[in-house]
Design a binder for this molecule. Structure first.
Ligand code: GLA
Length: 726
């Protein structure tokens, strides 16, 4: 099962794969991309091309003979290698670093053999003097040109081998002085901040040491060229690591100026001891290239996610409109109160009613109950049955919040099994939100978690779990293991998490899951393969969201990004906004409602009902279409606008927002993108109105080259238009 998540997923249709024995050059060719590497005369595997497509009959020259730059910088540190071990005097970031029982920590890998199939390439390397083997795996998705790379180290020596550092891949970019690295940073309630910095000599390190993906950095990056690359134009090399444990992506520029990316397990506090015959496999690093700027890069990424990564790919199910109880009732959930909310939600056209935290154990606040996944009998005297059957009777699905990897010290579970948490013997157990992390790497803990959720799902008609994870790790020990094996926690925990998710889905094929970690702390391509949607942030302020949603969309598709309409003023900034503004902000992703409906008036219900119905008519486009970020909300911009064009180009949806107008500003013309220039589109406004002289119907060319004017005046204004081919 571990292999299921670590190995590259089967691509929908694989790219052309080739090897030329004369030049010893390998090639993978997908839509708009060629990736090539070759074996040099020293038996090293060198990168030869990652970028725009070459003609299939173009011959790449063999990999050049490697040579030292100086006595300080030997060939292996200044040659663009596909995977390089610490050894032979390497001074750059290693893809692999090991230790032998003898104390030797030198490993020099040389090409051994390869297998080539229509699915991809597996290339084997071997150490020059020991029985240590490494497999490099390559495959490419033809339609998007996304390359999947991973590696396996195989200990065939007669003794143990300790892996101290291991990457899925090293990827080399063409030589250049003008690169800029784009990446995402954040913190709780402020995730998805887009950052950019020049790639200068030295290294840029993006990482999580937290045992989880984290929101401080997200395992995604995109590299453009200053002056050449913008939102719509220019080359972009991008990639993302499919791993939900501690990870690191290092972008280096070596002493001669070669830029390279190394991505994999975070070597910080890492060690994985392999017995003779054991192997360690890395997660997959997915890498892509676009010639159409940052917008083109994210559209490729989004298409790849929906056609390869998501459950149900290439046709993942559309996200239902949901209601969530958290901001309405927090821990004070009970049968009567939830049924009252469900009845109101149903009148709006909500399709899935989700009860959040508070329903289990002694969970009256965040100090108790985690770990005890049984229904609280005071709040729910009839179990969940009465609530669920009412929700089902109202025509909605039922969903439930869980946080299965955690335990409160004040719980039956912890009192029975204080040894089940991650800890160092004899050291304090640092709490986060009054809770400790269960050691999922232990098979008894893994089995307990699976069993409690399985029972819950068997006994109740539950269509959906919101799977939360509200703290990062501390004291990452595994006292039941020998000291030299305790750090296996970093790999085995995440593999077991994936295993549980996969097993639950296997046993309950209709189950859908949301990945949440106190907001957007666990969003990555690894978890996305096993979950249907993600919660990007606890921050539900509709204005703050615009910038976060923009950041998010650089790496991940809006079709998994949940967004709720909640109370005004919002708890985050005490900012008041109209219901329509809140709806339009949330409609940029997957719509949910999280306000206390008991506080709504008739007019609110009417507005919400109308906009939920409108959302359903555009959600295929919003969730599956191609996103164009027309006006960025980054950098203090007063305005922002996004356009999503359906896969068939028959529908497009425009959202535009204004922070505040001043000094009688002119209304800008917004030029659309991605439409069929010949088709004729009728324009219809969902909220707001277009300038009076706007034609009702015009060609794609007109909307793209002339544009549309939407007058917005005031503070926190929003409008949305739909264009349909007539
Ligand atoms: C986390 C989640 C919230 C909510 C609470 C419940 O903070 O991100 O959406 O579920 O937990 O305790």
């Amino acid at each position: 099962m571990g292999g299921l998540v670590a190995a590259a997923l089967p691509m929908r249709s694989t790219a052309s794969v080739g090897f030329d024995p004369a030049s010893r050059v390998f090639r993978l060719d997908g839509e708009g991309v060629t990736y090539a590497f070759g074996i040099d005369s020293a038996g090293q595997v060198q990168s030869l091309h990652w970028g725009g497509p070459l003609a299939l009959d173009d011959q790449l020259a063999p990999a050049p003979k490697p040579s030292d730059y100086s006595g300080f910088d030997r060939a292996n540190s200044v040659t663009p290698l596909e995977f390089v071990a610490f050894g032979g005097g390497l001074v750059t970031e290693p893809s692999l670093k090991v230790a032998f029982p003898s104390g030797v920590r030198d490993l020099v890998l040389k090409y051994l053999d390869h297998t080539l199939t229509s699915e991809g390439i597996t290339l084997r390397m071997k150490d020059i003097s020991t029985e240590v083997y490494v497999e490099l795996r390559y495959s490419m998705d033809k339609a998007t040109g996304l390359l999947a790379r991973s590696a396996v180290v195989d200990n065939r020596t007669k003794a143990w081998l300790r892996v101290d550092q291991m990457a899925a891949a090293t990827l080399n970019l063409p030589f250049g002085e003008d690169y800029e690295v784009n990446y995402l940073t954040g913190r709780w309630a402020a995730e998805w901040t887009l950052q950019k910095r020049p790639l200068e000599a030295g290294a840029t390190v993006l990482e999580s040491r937290l045992g989880m993906t984290g929101s401080q950095n997200n395992p995604w990056l995109a590299i453009g060229r200053a002056g050449l690359t913008d939102e719509d134009n220019g080359p972009v090399w991008f990639g993302a690591l499919a791993w939900s444990g501690a990870w690191r992506i290092t972008v280096e520029k070596d002493i001669v100026g070669h830029p390279r990316i190394t991505a994999g397990y975070n070597p910080f506090d890492f060690a994985y001891r392999l017995k003779p015959g054991e192997r360690l496999e890395t997660p997959v690093f997915y890498a892509g290239f676009s010639h159409d700027g940052m917008g083109g890069a994210s559209r490729r990424m989004h298409r790849f996610q929906r056609s390869v990564i998501l459950p149900g790919a290439p046709e993942p199910k559309l996200r239902p409109v949901l209601y969530n109880s958290w901001e309405a009732t927090e821990f004070a959930v009970n049968e009567v109160g939830q049924i009252a909310l469900a009845e109101k939600a149903a009148t709006l056209g909500v399709e899935r009613f989700v009860m959040d935290d508070g329903w289990f154990g002694k969970r009256n606040n965040d100090h108790a109950g985690l770990g005890d996944w049984t229904v609280n009998p005071e709040k729910f005297p009839n179990g969940l049955e009465a609530l669920i059957s009412r929700v089902r009777g109202l025509g909605m699905e039922f969903g439930l919040w869980v946080e299965p990897e955690m335990v409160n010290p004040d719980s039956q579970l912890y009192r029975a099994h204080p040894d089940w948490v991650i800890n160092f013997k004899g050291r304090p157990r640092t709490e986060g939100r009054n809770q400790l992390v269960l050691n999922l790497a232990r098979s008894d803990v893994r089995d307990y978690v699976l069993k409690s959720l399985d029972l819950l799902l068997r006994d109740n008609d539950i269509a959906f779990l919101k799977w939360d994870h509200n703290r990062s790790w501390s004291e990452p020990g595994w006292p039941e293991r020998a000291p030299e094996d305790q750090q296996k926690l970093y790999v085995d925990y995440t593999k077991n998490l994936y295993w549980i998710l996969a097993e639950l889905r296997r046993r309950h094929p209709k189950l859908e899951i949301e990945s949440c970690a106190g907001g957007g702390g666990r969003v990555d391509l690894g978890i996305m393969h096993l979950t249907d949607q993600v919660w990007p942030t606890d921050n539900t302020d509709p204005f703050d969201r615009l910038k976060m949603q923009d950041g998010f969309s650089h790496a991940y598709m809006p079709g998994v990004m949940m967004a709720w309409v909640t109370a005004s003023p919002n708890w985050v900034n005490k900012r008041a906004t109209s219901l329509e503004y809140r709806f339009l902000s949330a409609m940029q992703g997957c719509l949910g409602i999280g306000d206390n409906l008991n506080h709504w008036g008739q007019e609110d219900f009417a507005t919400a009902k109308r906009l939920v119905a409108e959302y359903k008519s555009i959600r295929q486009t919003v969730q599956r279409g191609d996103l164009y970020r027309l006006i960025s909300p980054q950098g203090g911009s007063e305005r922002s606008a996004t356009l999503t064009v359906s896969e068939t180009k028959r529908q497009a949806v425009l959202f535009t927002f204004l922070h505040s107008s001043s000094t009688f500003d002119a209304t800008p013309l917004i030029q659309l993108q991605g439409l069929d220039p010949q088709a004729r589109y009728a324009v219809r406004s969902l909220v707001g109105a277009v300038e009076a002289d706007t034609p009702k119907i015009a060609s794609g060319s007109y909307w793209m080259h002339h544009g549309v004017r939407i007058p917005l005046r005031g503070d926190f204004q929003a409008a949305a238009l739909v264009l349909d081919v007539v």
